[in-house]
Design a protein around this ligand. Structure first.
Ligand code: PLP
Length: 388
């Protein structure tokens, strides 16, 4: 089809032309005497995006899934007990990773669409007088349900319980788009990847370790090789990587970090809040339900929309793709067929979302869900004008 494809899956997100151009260049020697300038600059300038000054970031040729593994094998030991909350497909897969690696995971299962309750975790930790639980594993923004969890509240609950468990947080669909405050929330390992808020293709995995987590890399009991942070520390200190880094991605990251700094991180976060609200107003005008139940927890990077009973969200997604050249996010795991998702993260603006909302309306018609045409668009238009 002529014209631009409309990419509204919540990752991979749209890559700005500036980032594409920055990545489209000749390879160079990653062991040259000039290379440390790039490495040191990236590792310095990514820190504000994690909300950290004390933390130590690392970059891998990997995706978020690899960073789950990196976070675990560098800070914990086989057989360790950890506490995790399952409230959607990504928290489920994080737990799955932990179990496959050999952790004993105590799972708090929630309805998919609910947010974690810090008090429940606080009570569980307070009851763990012997500190058998070594870590808490949570997802900040559950991309499958469009729920953002309250990590600040979780940290308060953990502190109130006076429990020393490490806090491992998946911020793959939040960091770079939503406010993330690693230092203030005392997040021990913050996990992310390049293809969502960072506006890049998939291929870079990123983690940031608190000073406390960094000490653990020496004593963690897991065998590890590719994701071992110890050689990374040694090489990164000199401005290098222990093995060939994903050069094009590093050039892309340089550009993406520059773009975020030019806009200002607070403005990036405010833009996401405004864009997300417009999508939610469209859904309200359609009189459809959001998967995220608590209004406080509704995500500013992704909205999961529940289709009416008897309708199939897969049809909405397929009509959108085949007839209207738009990619929507599917219902993952047990939400398959029940929801479709609109991603509104990364390189995104109001005009793009008005197109997405308008095309979602026609695709819903194609799938037998006759929301009044233009109703969601009009609601979003009003909000975007008001909030401009
Ligand atoms: C996308 C995503 C991941 C990681 O997925 P990859 O495909 O490995 O990049 C992990 N957690 C969340 C919350 C995500 O949205």
């Amino acid at each position: 089809m002529p014209g631009r494809h409309h990419l509204f899956v919540p990752g991979p997100s749209n890559v700005p032309d500036r980032v594409l151009r920055a990545m489209h260049r000749a390879q160079e020697d990653h062991r040259s005497s000039a290379f440390p300038e790039l490495t040191h600059g990236l590792l310095r300038d990514i820190k504000p995006v994690f909300g950290t000054q004390e933390g130590r970031p690392f970059l891998f040729a990997a995706t978020g899934t690899g960073m789950w593994e990196a976070a675990i094998v560098n800070t914990l030991s086989p057989g360790d007990r950890v506490l995790a909350v399952r409230l959607g497909q990504f928290s489920h897969l994080f737990i799955d990773t932990a179990e496959k690696l050999g952790l004993k995971v105590e799972v708090i299962d929630l309805e998919w669409g609910d947010a974690l309750d810090p008090a429940v975790i606080g009570e569980r930790l307070a009851a763990d007088a012997n500190h058998a639980l070594k870590a808490v594993l949570v997802v900040h923004n559950e991309t499958a349900t469009g729920v953002t969890n309250d990590i600040e509240g979780l940290r308060e609950a953990m502190d109130a319980a006076r429990h020393p468990a490490l806090l491992l947080v998946d911020g793959v669909s939040s960091i770079g788009s939503l406010a993330f405050r690693q230092d203030a929330w005392k997040v021990d390992v913050a996990i992310t990847g390049s293809q969502k808020g960072f506006m890049m293709p998939a291929g870079l995995g990123m983690v940031s370790l608190s000073p406390r987590a960094l000490e653990r890399i020496e004593t963690a009991g897991f065998a590890r090789h590719y994701f071992d942070l110890r050689p990374q520390v040694l090489h990164n200190d000199q401005g290098y990587f222990p093995y060939t880094p994903a050069l094009a991605h590093l050039f892309g990251l340089r550009e993406a970090l520059d773009m975020m700094a030019e806009e200002g991180l607070d403005n990036v976060h405010a833009r996401h809040a405004r864009l997300g609200e417009g999508v939610r107003r469209a859904v309200a005008a359609w009189e459809l339900r959001l998967c995220a139940r608590d209004p406080e927890s509704r995500s500013n990077t992704v909205t999961a929309i529940v289709v009416p009973d008897g309708k199939d969200a897969r049809q909405v997604i397929d009509h959108a793709f085949r007839r209207w050249d738009m990619a929507l996010g599917s219902g993952l795991g047990r939400l398959n067929g029940k929801v479709f998702r609109i991603g509104h993260l990364g390189d995104c603006n109001a005009g793009m979302l008005l197109a997405a909302i308008g095309l979602a309306e026609v695709a819903m018609h194609d799938a037998g869900i006759p929301v009044p045409l233009g109703s969601g668009v009009a609601a979003a238009q009003r909000w975007y004008r008001e909030s401009a």
